[in-house]
Design a protein around this ligand. Structure first.
Ligand code: CP
Length: 349
């Protein structure tokens, strides 16, 4: 079976579940879709089909980019709010995921689901809920960001970095924790860490003591580095990681204590974070890099995670990456959901 046939019907819950060959196939198609956005080969791949999107949590980029993606592929994206669907949750009675996922699979060509940190009572519950949908759905399920992973963001990041730097092997990426007033989940940084470590990058992960990420994800990233000749170093100071970096990714994330007491302690996380204002990406630190690109999945917490000067500076590629969400999602939807061989020319490089 060829790669295109293999991807048909596949879920995208975390890029670590996909082979390098599958990821490269998505990135190659996304590149062609960006170059010739409305080419006839692409504009009817999902003709008359509906992609159903369940948003347990809010969004700007994800909702709009998926809606535009479905439109540009000739189909439609349907916005659904789970709170309006009488679903069973926590202790309350309602429809099971088993039933809901199987019914929605009779209507839609794919399901997208977003559930972030503030909708759950323990780390991992959001990702587990999406896996439960995927278990019962007979159409592809895409994580549109959960508490652990954000696969489309990671793909958009890598696409943007390649556009500006070419081959990423040997390039140095600083992923640094930052102060912030929003208390972010780990999904975006973890996804980019996983993908960058598969691309052979030399990664420095900088964060204050007490802000460890998921140990399972760190172990996967270390394994990825062994396979790709990349590297991963963890440091706990807000300055030294900038030296020699080709890319700086500055982002707030919650601490592992965020779910103490069985609920998300948002205010306490924000207060802890704001007590560490020295963790900010600024022009002085960027001057120590190899003219590094600045990346961030957005929304940017300006003045806390990064200064305006850097976020809006010449080396910031945040809008390129936000645009790439559209192209990678079109590629994922086409490869996993379009009928084969609807437009075989669409999938030829
Ligand atoms: N990066 C991202 O997922 O943005 P939204 O939360 O606005 O969708």
């Amino acid at each position: 079976m060829g790669i295109v046939e293999r991807l048909h019907g596949k879920d995208l819950l975390c890029t670590q579940d996909w082979s390098i060959e599958e990821i490269e196939t998505v990135l190659a198609l996304a590149g062609r879709m960006k170059q010739d956005r409305f080419a006839p080969a692409f504009t009817s791949l999902l003709k008359h089909r509906t992609f159903s999107m369940l948003f347990y949590s809010p969004s700007l980029r994800t909702r709009q980019s998926f809606e535009c993606a479905a439109t540009e592929l000739g189909g439609h994206a349907q916005y659904l709010e789970p709170r309006m669907m009488r679903l069973k949750s926590g202790g309350s009675a309602g429809e099971t995921i088993e039933d809901a996922a199987q019914v929605m699979s009779r209507y839609a060509c794919g399901l997208g689901i977003r559930i972030l940190e503030d909708q759950i009572g323990a780390y991992g519950e959001g990702a587990a809920l999406i896996r439960e949908y995927a278990r019962w759905a007979s159409v592809p399920v895409i994580s549109m960001a959960d508490d652990r992973f954000h696969p489309c963001q990671g793909l958009a990041d890598i696409m943007g970095l390649r556009e500006h730097l070419g081959d990423l092997r040997g390039k140095k990426l600083l992923i640094t924790w930052a102060s912030g007033a929003l208390a972010r989940s780990w999904c975006s940084v973890q996804e980019t860490l996983l993908l960058a470590s598969r691309m052979g990058m030399h990664i420095t992960l900088a964060y204050p003591e007490g802000y460890d990420l998921d140990p399972e994800v760190i172990a996967w990233a270390e394994d990825n580095c062994l396979a790709s000749a990349g590297s991963l170093d963890i440091i706990h100071d807000p300055y030294s990681g900038y030296a020699g970096a080709h890319v700086v990714y500055s982002r707030n994330w919650m601490s592992p204590q965020a779910y103490a007491g069985g609920q998300f302690q948002k205010q306490r996380e924000i207060e802890r974070s704001l007590a560490l204002p020295e963790w900010i990406c600024d022009a002085e630190r960027m001057a120590r890099t190899e003219n590094a690109l600045f990346i961030h999945p957005m929304p940017v917490d300006r003045g806390y995670e990064v200064t305006d000067e850097v976020a809006s500076g010449q080396r910031s590629i945040i809008y390129d990456i936000a645009e790439n969400r559209l192209h990678v999602q079109k590629a994922v939807m086409a490869l996993t959901m379009a009928e084969l061989p609807a437009r075989p020319e669409a999938f030829q490089g």
